[in-house]
Design a protein around this ligand. Structure first.
Ligand code: 5GP
Ligand code: ZN
Length: 115
């Protein structure tokens, strides 16, 4: 996807503070952190959102989740964290390249969702 910002980060075409990269996924710090620890894990493959996820994506999504947990352990989330995948309009997704947010730090996070 030529106009996708996260594809460009994955390809190294625009800068990001990358924490981890392998053949399938990239983890990098969110540009507007909402907690002391806030990074994103993306598949290198352009999957727009969870709404488009298919059985053939199981391997890459397994990697996304295990890398998220590994990077969380390495970035000061020893006592826990929250993983968030905003999806679609209702989920207030802004960037339509599937990504997992990992948010945490030393303090207990606010309640999950407020109506
Ligand atoms: P969404 O609402 O789609 O789940 O979240 C998108 C996230 O991507 C936001 O937290 C936003 O701060 C982050 N983001 C958007 N553009 C960039 C960028 O160019 N670089 C980085 N590192 N994060 C970005
Ligand atoms: Zn993309």
């Amino acid at each position: 996807m030529s106009d996708c910002i996260f594809c460009k980060i994955a390809a190294g075409e625009i800068p990001a503070k990358k924490i981890y990269e392998d053949d399938l996924v990239v983890a990098f710090h969110d540009i507007r952190p909402v907690a002391p620890v806030h990074f994103l894990v993306i598949p290198k493959l352009h999957i727009p959102s969870m709404a488009e996820l298919q059985p053939e994506h199981a391997e890459v999504m397994g990697r996304v989740m295990t890398v998220a947990a590994q990077v969380a352990r390495e970035t000061g989330c020893a006592n826990g964290y929250r993983m968030i995948i905003n999806t679609g309009k209702v989920g207030r997704q802004e960037v339509y390249h599937l990504h997992v947010h990992v948010v945490g730090g030393p303090e207990v996070l606010p309640a999950m969702v407020k109506y």
